[in-house]
Design a protein around this ligand. Structure first.
Ligand SMILES: [Cu+2]
Length: 206
């Protein structure tokens, strides 16, 4: 009797092992594929900020006015310009899919306007991050003044329906940053763009 039970137990364990092994193998395969895709996306993202891409072409954009003689850049930044991502976009872009490039040392003015008919939005220049938290504990912009008022508030930042605010700051240090809406959950949901301060005078959109 004991032997039979032992045999059954061994058989059961083996069968269980085979079943689990087979299933977890599939899971591992799926997870592996998802992970690979994620890593590929991460690599693509990282590639956008890689030094090799710094030499890449910069396009003009009608919402970025560059005055090299005066050392200024004026950016007409519009939240909710399109319905993309429920209006949680800047000039129709989101999720770092475009990079605003300004030269180091220039005085930057962001004329921020919120055309979203429903939600409050904001903008701040922050250090770039791989992922954004739902809430920002500290909202200290990387350059003095590079943040709209009450930026973290969902009902006291720049109001929907055409509310506007201009912020001016000096892009004093070259590097990779981000233009981020810091209203809770907005950045996490894609409301951010890459913002590059170039050491070589490049300006525009990449
Ligand atoms: Cu927002």
């Amino acid at each position: 009797m004991k032997k039979i039970w032992k045999g059954l137990l061994i058989f059961s364990v083996a069968a269980l092992g085979a079943a689990c092994g087979g299933e977890s193998g599939d899971d591992a395969g799926d997870a592996g594929a998802a992970e690979a895709a994620e890593m590929e996306a991460a690599r693509a993202d990282a590639g956008g900020d890689a030094p090799g891409d710094m030499a890449g072409g910069v396009m003009e954009a009608d919402w970025i006015a560059v005055d090299h003689d005066g050392g200024t850049v004026t950016i007409e930044l519009i939240a909710g310009e399109t319905a993309t991502n429920s209006g949680w976009n800047f000039n129709g872009y989101l999720g770092g899919e475009t990079t605003v490039v300004v030269p180091e040392g220039y005085e930057i003015t962001i004329n921020f306007r919120n055309d979203d008919p429903v939600n409050y939005h904001s903008v701040a220049v922050l250090d770039t991050q791989a992922t954004w938290p739902p809430m920002f504990n500290e909202m200290v912009p990387v350059f003095d003044g590079a943040i709209t008022s009450n930026a973290g508030s969902a009902n006291e930042s720049t109001p929907p329906g055409g509310g506007s605010e201009a912020v001016t700051f000096t892009a004093s240090s070259a590097g990779a940053y981000a233009l981020v809406c810091v209203v809770p959950a907005h950045a996490m949901q894609g409301m951010w763009l890459d913002f590059e301060v170039s050491a070589d005078g490049e300006a525009g959109l990449r």
